[in-house]
Design a protein. Sequence first.
Length: 142
Amino acid sequence: MTGGARYRFQHPIRVRYVEVDAQQHVFFGHYLTYFDVALVEYMKAIGHSYPDIVAAGVDMFYVHAECDYKGRARFDDLLHVHTRIGHIGNTSFTFEFAARRQPADELIATGKIVAVAVDVETENPVRVPDELREAVARFEEG
């Protein structure tokens, strides 16, 4: 399966020198940062930027993150971080990621971030807004 087969969105990230470790490949923790950057760009692409969500009274807290390492990226490699919301529950939604080195489209890492929708004021969980559910459905089915 190529990178684009499951994902309609991708965000390019160029590996910076500061992100490599003594072994000269990306330090493992940076992949979660790459996923977070791509998540923010995905939300903008579907018309629900983080400031828009907060202005509507909903915030999101990350409650789970995971990453599986499939290969190595090095300084100045170009990664395409493919992103989607793979599942929406009552109060949570799960982002899925695949980082692929270009131009060979080599799979480097996969992962997930689970976010819970919370009320901005009380920080108590709330239902994922219907507007977000509809935007994801339009984008992913489009």
